[in-house]
Design a protein around this ligand. Structure first.
Ligand code: ACO
Length: 334
């Protein structure tokens, strides 16, 4: 690949923990049911990481799979970005641990935090770094062990989330491939709509606070639902327009996998058929920053994205944050 004006997606991969937690298993712990979870969210099961599976392990496994797909090795990569809100440790960046796990003794690595919107933000930042010449071959990974932030006794949140990682390789090219447009947004006033209160500098952890469970995420699901549908639709329409396309040109939409009802509402508002959306949350739940690249990887593996196709990614998450981007699929410049 030449250095160039575009950043083609030449590889993709994913990794999820082995352990499957079904709705029936959760119904034994909290007052919920498989029926409630399926009809309100579309989720049937999720993967949950074990104690020897930190975020960097899942991230490195997904990254390695993406490298194999691209026909590259870690030696070819000059930058690793991990987007996560559940890092291995508060300090330093999880991307550095991933760099070490991949055996990269060169290049640069850093984390990016935008909750569930992280991968769309990451695509925008990573593509900019490739297009400006700072990086030529970049590994972008969305990885979260969101169950780390979950109170397993809170039925409002514990049924929704799962763990995983997804990755893409971006390579410089002169062919008009990869990111064509992006539209990002955030609303800081809404930060309390979904928050893990304890453990940062505003409210450091104490034994009392930890005993009260305030290190776990609380969420106003109904409010988030409304914002999610509105902002995903608005940003998607803007991103498609900025790419010089119409929604009819979009072959596949890869939305954040939070709730199938959110995806259905977005499809209705955008007047697109559901078969143009990737939906895999039934098997993974909401994997936060990993959800879009996992869905993208599965769609690519299933042959759902022909070369030259326009793909719309759209996401929404805590912050509040949201964003959409349009990419042109295909790795080999014609
Ligand atoms: N099982 C059974 N009942 C439940 C459960 C459960 N697991 N969870 C909530 N309920 C109850 C509620 O207590 C409520 O009972 P009440 O009426 O007696 O008070 C009732 O079900 C209905 O609650 P609603 O909040 O109205 O249910 P809704 O249909 O809105 O579904 C949900 C809730 C699934 C959380 C939905 O609002 C949603 O998906 N919101 C978006 C959340 C989201 O995507 N968050 C992640 C953002 S991404 C990120 O940054 C990681």
């Amino acid at each position: 690949m030449s250095s160039g004006r575009y950043a083609a997606l030449t590889g993709w991969g994913m990794a999820v923990p082995q352990r499957i937690v079904t709705n029936a298993e959760l119904a034994q712990k909290v007052d919920t049911s498989d029926e409630w979870i399926r009809t309100r969210t579309g989720i049937r099961e999720r993967r949950v990481a074990g104690p020897d599976e930190p975020t960097s392990a899942l991230a490195a496994a997904a990254g390695q799979a993406a490298l194999v797909r691209a026909g590259l090795s870690a030696a070819d990569i000059d930058m690793v970005i991990v987007t996560t809100c559940t890092p291995d440790r508060p300090f330093p960046a999880t991307a550095c641990a991933v760099q070490a796990r991949l055996g990269m003794a060169h290049g640069s690595a850093f984390d990016l935090v935008a909750a569930c919107s992280g991968f769309v933000y990451g695509m925008t930042v990573a593509s900019g770094l490739v297009r400006s010449g700072v990086s030529r071959n970049l590994l972008l990974i969305g990885a979260d062990i969101f169950t780390h932030l979950i109170n397993w006794n809170d039925r409002n949140t514990c049924v929704l989330f799962g763990d995983g990682a997804g990755a893409v390789v971006l390579q410089a090219t002169d062919a008009p491939l990869g990111l064509l447009s992006a539209n990002l947004g955030s609303w800081g006033e809404g930060e309390d709509l979904m928050v893990a209160e304890t453990g940062g500098t505003r409210q450091p952890a104490t034994p009392e606070l930890l005993a009260s469970g305030s290190q776990f995420v609380t969420m106003n699901g109904r409010e988030i639902f409304k914002h999610a549908v509105r902002e995903m639709c608005n940003s998607a329409q803007r991103a498609v327009e900025e790419a010089g396309l119409t929604l009819d040109d979009i072959a596949l939409v890869v939305p954040h996998q939070a709730n199938v009802r959110i995806i259905e509402a977005v499809a209705r508002r955008l007047e697109l058929p559901m078969d143009r959306f990737v939906v895999n949350l039934d098997r993974y739940g909401n994997t936060s920053a990993a959800s879009v690249p996992i869905a993208l990887s599965e769609a690519a593996e299933q042959g759902r994205i022909p070369d030259g196709a326009y793909v719309l990614m759209t996401a929404f998450g805590g912050g509040l944050t949201w964003g959409s981007c349009v990419v042109r699929w295909g790795g080999s410049p014609k």
